[in-house]
Design a binder for this molecule. Structure first.
Ligand SMILES: Cc1cc2nc3c(=O)[nH]c(=O)nc-3n(C[C@H](O)[C@H](O)[C@H](O)COP(=O)(O)OP(=O)(O)OC[C@H]3O[C@@H](n4cnc5c(N)ncnc54)[C@H](O)[C@@H]3O)c2cc1C
Length: 543
């Protein structure tokens, strides 16, 4: 136990460990409020309510960024939000913390809330397919981006803070640590992740407890809950429909590409029947108009652009899609933070799953380490401690693999291709082992601390190459500066924006969910400000 008593910036008190053990035996979810709580009155799967109609804004993808964006725009404008998946409410795989991780193992081709995909590198991965997007299947760890990241993005600091606070006031809770999470905390401190910062939403070096979108009853609050702030008179959330492509105006002016609306299909597979929804048209050419905003995530937003004929001509024409606009950056700069995990348990066991709640941020913010209990089947879990490289150099590409928008496009991330990433990974393995083999972890498992750590760089590099996996923070494909400008408008196309993880040149160092929710709110408010004097009444219906 001596190792537990090492000095920290702020001492972790022993009564916390006792409290954590008590928590272990009292399953708070038994007295949880109903998981159906939160159904939204403006959700529908009835295509007739929407097909052929016009709106000021059409948001494609009700995910992490799309929900806060639609909620915010609806304060002043009519908004249609189209989501390919169904409602998260009432689904225990989404809503209940005790089933965390099960959604990733119960997948099917077209309807499960998590959609499996394997990158061309051979790494298995997942993405959300439900209102709330990937915030409905993820670990729920909530952490703001660093000031440096916000500076680089050129965002207004005060507005960023307000947008984070808006999100946090609605869906973020301070977690109670379980015994295992407390042990991970001690292990990180023991391995030198200092200072100890306690509970913090900020991205700070050392060890910290992050926020959570799971509340004290173990109920998940996805970004869909942010839609509760929407103006119910102004918003329609259309579920179970997949947007196939963007509809452009054919005004004969080849130099100007203007968006008219979107075309979509039912997600269940009846692909032959397509439906359309339109943007309201401005009364005259000087009035401002709304946009179609793609918030379909790092894989689908570039895919929808390519399926719409926007992108590299050759790729598009290979799928018999008419080419509309040459924009070479689409599908480029795809990145996924390389990750390595070490299992601390020797065998699978049937434990309650636990999302990561404590993180170690090390070496000038280069590495992030977290630990959890992850289900590998319906009756077995493992206990990995995993680390990611925060700012990898290697990048890859996304290409169409089918004209079916429900299929995941082909994506290659080129994990660890760059020597700098491989060196960083070797360094990361060293740190990871120090946590995984710490006295704290060994004490919890009732084992002796192992001292057979990998020592040679060659051994660590080999381990990295053979074991690289995802931390699920993939991003890029429509990056700022190459596909969208600083206002998130697609270059050369009128009435089209992208607001989601595809616009990130790099993931915000820490876990990205908080910053994507913030981005939805931030960009929504920015658009409202831009159009302060325009009301939806100044527009006429289309067609
Ligand atoms: C398993 C897992 C664990 C993670 N853990 C964490 C964590 O603990 N903390 C953290 O900060 N981050 C975590 N992440 C990362 C984070 O959740 C994602 O980076 C983030 O949610 C992505 O947000 P987004 O808005 O870009 O996309 P998404 O949230 O994925 O939203 C895209 C939405 O668009 C919909 N859509 C896609 N195509 C179409 C179409 N053609 N038509 C209509 N709708 C469409 C999708 O169904 C989805 O709802 C995790 C991710 C995963 C997958």
């Amino acid at each position: 136990m001596e190792a537990l008593n090492i000095k920290m910036g702020k001492r972790i008190r022993h009564d916390r460990l006792l409290k954590a053990f008590i928590f272990f035996f009292v399953d708070l979810s038994l007295c949880s409020p109903s998981i159906t709580q939160g159904e939204l009155p403006f959700m529908t799967s009835d295509v007739k309510e929407v097909a052929g109609k016009s709106f000021d804004y059409i948001v494609v993808g009700g995910g992490t960024a799309g929900c806060p964006l639609a909620a915010t725009l609806s304060e002043k404008f009519s908004v249609l939000l189209i989501e390919r998946g169904g409602s998260p409410y009432g689904n225990p795989l989404v809503m209940e913390k005790r089933f965390y991780g099960y959604s990733l193992i119960q997948t099917d081709e077209f309807s499960s809330v998590a959609q499996d995909f394997t990158s061309t590198d051979g790494v298995r991965n997942s993405r959300g397919r439900v209102l709330g997007g990937s915030s409905a299947i993820n670990g729920g760890f909530y952490s703001r981006a660093s000031e440096d990241f916000i500076d680089k993005a050129g965002w207004d600091k005060e507005s960023v803070k307000d947008a984070y606070t808006w999100v946090e006031s609605k869906i973020v809770s301070k977690p109670e640590l379980t015994p295992w999470q407390t042990v991970v905390e001690f292990g990180l401190v023991e391995a030198g992740f200092l200072p100890y910062n306690g509970y913090s939403l900020e991205h700070v070096e050392g060890t910290k407890i992050g926020g959570s979108i799971f509340d004290v009853w173990g109920i998940r609050h996805t970004s869909a809950d942010l839609l509760k702030a929407a103006n119910p008179k102004n918003v329609v959330v259309l579920l179970n429909m997949t947007v196939k492509n963007i509809v452009f105006k054919s005004n004969g002016n080849a130099s100007e590409t203007t968006v008219k609306g979107v075309r979509f299909i039912k997600s269940d597979g009846s692909r032959d029947q397509t439906y359309k929804a339109y943007l309201n048209q401005p009364k005259n050419c000087t009035s401002k108009r709304g946009d179609v905003i793609l918030s379909a995530g790092a894989l689908s937003s570039p895919q929808i652009l390519l399926l719409s004929g926007v992108g590299h001509r050759k790729q598009i024409e290979n799928f018999d899609i008419p080419h509309v606009k040459n924009l070479k950056g689409i599908g480029k700069k795809m990145k996924d933070n390389p990750s390595i995990a070490v299992l601390v348990d020797t065998n699978p066991q049937s434990r309650q799953p636990e999302p990561p709640q404590v993180s170690g941020i090390a070496k000038d913010f280069k590495f992030i380490i977290e630990g959890g209990v992850i289900p590998t089947s319906f009756n077995a879990t493992r206990m990995p401690i995993a680390a990611k490289i925060a700012f990898p150099v290697s990048e890859g590409e996304l290409k169409l693999s089918s004209s079916d928008p429900r299929q995941t496009p082909a994506v290659k991330f080129n994990y660890l291709d760059d020597e700098k990433d491989l060196d960083a990974c070797a360094d990361m393995v060293h740190l990871l082992e120090r946590v995984a083999r710490s006295h704290s972890v060994a004490f919890y498992l009732g084992a002796k601390p192992q001292n057979n750590l990998m020592t040679s760089t060659d051994e660590q590099r080999k381990f990295c190459k053979e074991n690289v996996r995802t931390y699920f923070h993939y991003h890029g494909g429509c990056t700022v500066g190459s596909v969208v400008d600083n206002d998130y408008k697609v270059y050369g196309v009128k009435g089209l924006r992208v607001v989601d993880g595809s616009t990130f040149r790099e993931s915000p160092g820490t876990n990205p969910m908080a910053t994507l929710m913030m981005l939805g709110r931030y960009q929504g408010l920015k658009i409202l400000r831009e159009r302060e004097h325009v009301s939806s009444l100044s527009t006429q219906q289309n067609p």
